[in-house]
Design a protein around this ligand. Structure first.
Ligand code: PEP
Length: 248
């Protein structure tokens, strides 16, 4: 019922030479059984959007401003991402929450701007190691989910990515039971807030997903795909993750 999604977050990596990685992915996964998304730096969106026009590959931004335009030097409006060819935008990634002090209220405002520009918002939430060790994980992630996601969100316009902060780029992965516990709690929160449509929201897992652990993570109930950082930069690393998701 929920079409799975393999999403790559290139962070501050990628120049013109990286186009070949995406074209290799497109050639390897010509008729993918899952949705595919690459979120490169903003400088690469138009180039990749144009290069993948005839392929089942979506291109997204990594952040947008909450305002439609104005005096915000260095920022990018959601409509500018859409104008460049983006269909999605990652919002509230833990690196933005940490590096730029983004709150869930900020993410909520950015999600509204993304929806206004017809972009699908990929809203990231996740606990720190200290919060997990204090037994606060479910409280933290359900509060972030509630506060970051607008009431007007739907399963068509919004994807949730559960990314434990301590698992991002560290090689550390929660146990399958821990992933399952969080995804189940998020599903309950979504259905109690959005009714039947809450069951249709996709919930991605993110944090040190690799070809070697993807299949077991994708077998966890309510894991509808992955948001992948480091392993999305090279086609040879991302492709096995896509294949594992297609086979899940
Ligand atoms: C991310 O940046 O969203 C991420 C999950 O990174 P990594 O896969 O490298 O842990």
């Amino acid at each position: 019922m929920r079409r799975k999604l393999a999403a790559g977050n290139w962070k501050m990596n990628g120049t013109l030479t990286s186009v070949t990685e995406v074209m290799t992915l497109c050639a390897t996964h010509k008729d993918p059984g899952v949705d595919l998304l690459i979120c490169p730096p903003a400088t690469m969106i138009r180039t990749l959007g144009t290069a993948t026009t005839d392929h089942a590959m979506h291109i997204g931004g990594q952040d947008c401003h909450a305002q439609a335009s104005g005096a915000h030097t260095g920022d990018i409006a959601a409509r500018m991402l859409a104008d460049a060819g983006a269909t999605h935008v990652i919002l509230g990634h833990s690196e933005r929450r940490a590096d730029h002090g983004e709150t869930s209220a900020d993410v909520h405002a950015k999600a509204l701007a993304a929806h206004d520009a017809n972009l699908t918002a990929v809203i990231c939430i996740g606990e720190t190691l200290a919060q997990r060790e204090a037994g606060e994980t479910l409280d933290v992630v359900t509060a972030q989910l509630h506060d970051s996601t607008p009431d007007s969100a739907t399963s068509d316009t919004t994807v949730i990515a559960y990314e434990p902060v301590w698992a991002i780029g560290t090689g550390k992965v929660p146990t399958l039971e821990q992933i399952g516990e969080v995804h189940a709690a998020l599903r309950i929160a979504l259905t109690s807030r959005f009714g039947q449509d809450g069951d249709a929201f996709r919930i991605l897992y993110g944090g040190s997903v690799k070809g070697s652990n993807a299949a077991e993570i994708f077998a966890v109930p309510d894991v509808d795909g992955a948001l992948v950082g480091g392993a999305s930069l090279k086609a040879e690393d991302f492709s096995p993750i896509i294949t594992a998701l297609e086979n899940a």
